[in-house]
Design a protein around this ligand. Structure first.
Ligand SMILES: [Zn+2]
Length: 533
């Protein structure tokens, strides 16, 4: 007897192949059969006539390590059809946390993980203690975290001992089954590193057949050089490279998305194993302090807050922003384009723009920014309109570009339901299908599904997920192709998408119509050599 039989749906299997009508049978957490008119009885039959049946979506770039322990039902993601999340991105990981560095790590990550309890741990123990949650998790070791542990917020190259320490901590995570290393070179302390440091860590990745992902050094004026730098790590070290959330930030840099994609294609033609990902929105989000010049952060949070209160430092920041725009984001069209998302200490109202706040306070916009960061002890998070919709469409329509929300998994209730976070936390996957494939026609449905399933599995080395095939893990989504769409907006971000009928993780139904079944069948997936399962 089958555990679940999904009957009569249009199966889009994740390989990019066209849809075909078939029944999908699930037993013991695996796909037991994909065939027409299956006659075996089943504990539960899902009538999928007129619906699409696909592999569960793989959110290849997330920060859900900051929230899943607080939010195990994973509703913000599972209700989009996401069944697997890759965490530890942009150089930020919650482990390792050395005994005397826990407070520093907590302060460092406060703009992204204001609610998470931090404790001393190595990477293996962190993975072993990962709670039962609704989705599968894949972990990465963060370069910013390693550097913070080894040498604090120092703007210099590591000495031999510090570099060795970083290599050893990375190796400890890889031995435990972490996918690889992520970097976030756009901000401190990763931005203080030279390429040699990344290559030295890349050699450790190579030894373990592990992978490298990068939020590149600059997504604005130097984005082409920054993407080349990340590709060079893969090319020199012989490891896979995942280019995070591809974008061209800042008005001066708009219109060059195809050039970036061509650069990736050229690397692939040279034999480099490289993929990129994207969230389909023209707004980004970040801790507010990361928009300011990176020298401000040297020495850590208290040093930064002291500098921000100092008129001379303020004038230096003002001058730099007048010259080149914001760190990593370049020039914006207006102060309306920065909105408060979360203000953990109540320094500003979520939803308000910097323009609103400066007007209400009768002060200059940059002074408002400095004052907010100080009052929020560095933890303010903002939304920023930094991309052109044309570039977003160019990258969205690229069949090899995978899909990542770049967001933590939150829910409309509980501690993670605060503030006005980026709507991509609730909408990324339904939006790519509903808006960019169905409405704008930039992709066929099988292409869109392939980007978020089979292609992602290839980019991760996932051997038994991402495709609907007999024997594979039963991560499955059933949705209505005519209805699926994101509904989260900037004013009402905590809003689930519509059009999704069922989400199954490891053979267990988690979303059943409108209901979350409370099931927590997600598994922590561990890398063994080049394979992840
Ligand atoms: Zn990032």
């Amino acid at each position: 007897m089958d555990d679940i039989l999904i009957k009569g749906g249009s199966v889009v299997d994740g390989t990019g192949a066209p849809a075909r009508t078939a029944d999908v049978a699930i037993r013991d957490g695996r796909i037991a059969a994909i065939e027409e008119n299956r006659t075996d009885s089943a504990e539960r039959v899902i009538d999928a006539e007129g619906k699409i049946v696909t592999p569960g979506f793989i959110d290849i770039h997330t920060h859900s390590d900051f929230t899943l322990p607080l939010n195990p039902k994973a509703e913000g993601k599972i209700r989009q059809g996401v069944t697997t999340e890759v965490v530890g991105n942009c150089g930020f990981s919650v482990a390792p946390a050395l005994p005397e560095k826990v407070d520093e790590l907590r302060a460092y990550l406060s703009g992204s993980a204001p609610w998470l309890p931090f404790e001393e741990t190595n990477f293996a123990n962190y993975m072993d203690a990962w709670p039962d949650i609704a989705v599968n998790t894949i972990m990465q070791v963060g370069h910013n975290t390693l550097r913070l542990m080894a040498m604090g917020m120092e703007d210099r190259a590591p000495n031999d001992g510090e570099l060795l320490h970083m290599q050893e901590m990375l190796e400890e995570g890889l031995n435990a089954g972490a996918l690889g290393l992520s970097s976030g070179l756009f901000t401190a302390p990763g931005c203080y590193s030279e390429p040699e440091e990344l290559h030295a860590l890349g050699s450790v990745l190579k030894k373990h057949s592990a992978r490298y992902s990068s939020h590149v050094r600059d997504e604005s004026h130097c984005v082409h050089e920054a993407v080349a730098e990340a590709i060079d790590v893969g090319e020199s070290c012989g490891v896979h490279v995942q280019l995070a959330h591809m974008k061209l930030s800042g008005t001066d840099n708009w219109g060059e998305a195809q050039l970036l994609l061509d650069r990736i294609e050229a690397a692939r033609n040279r034999g480099v194993d490289v993929h990129c990902d994207q969230y389909p929105y023209d707004w980004g989000t970040n801790p507010l302090r990361f928009l300011l010049p990176t020298w401000l952060q040297e020495g850590g949070m208290d040093a930064m807050l002291a500098r921000l209160a100092d008129p001379y430092s303020r004038s230096r920041v003002r001058q730099k922003i007048a010259e080149v725009g914001f760190n990593n984001f370049g020039r914006l069209e207006s102060w309306e384009d920065i909105r408060i998302a979360i203000s953990p200490h109540g320094a500003a109202e979520p939803g308000q723009t910097i323009a609103d706040i400066a007007k209400a306070r009768n002060c200059d916009e940059l002074d408002a920014v400095f004052d907010i960061i100080i009052a929020d002890k560095g933890a303010t998070r903002i939304l920023v309109r930094c991309m052109s919709e044309d570039d977003v469409r160019t990258i969205a329509s690229e069949p090899t570009a995978t899909v990542g929300s770049d967001g933590p998994c939150v829910s409309p209730y509980g501690v993670t339901g605060q503030g006005k976070p980026h709507p991509r936390l609730y909408g990324t996957f339904p939006r790519l299908i509903g808006r960019y494939a169905r409405h704008l026609g930039l992709l066929t449905l099988p292409q869109a599904i392939h980007k978020m399933t089979g292609m992602a599995a290839i980019a991760l080395g996932l051997v038994d997920r991402g495709v609907l095939r007999e024997g594979y893990a039963a991560d499955v989504v059933v949705f209505d192709a005519a209805e699926i769409i994101d509904r989260a907006t900037f004013d009402e971000p905590h809003t689930y998408p519509s059009g999704i009928d069922a989400v199954i993780v490891n053979g267990r139904l988690v979303i059943d119509g409108d209901t979350h079944t409370e099931a927590l069948p997600g598994r922590l997936l561990r890398r063994q050599g080049a394979e992840l399962r």
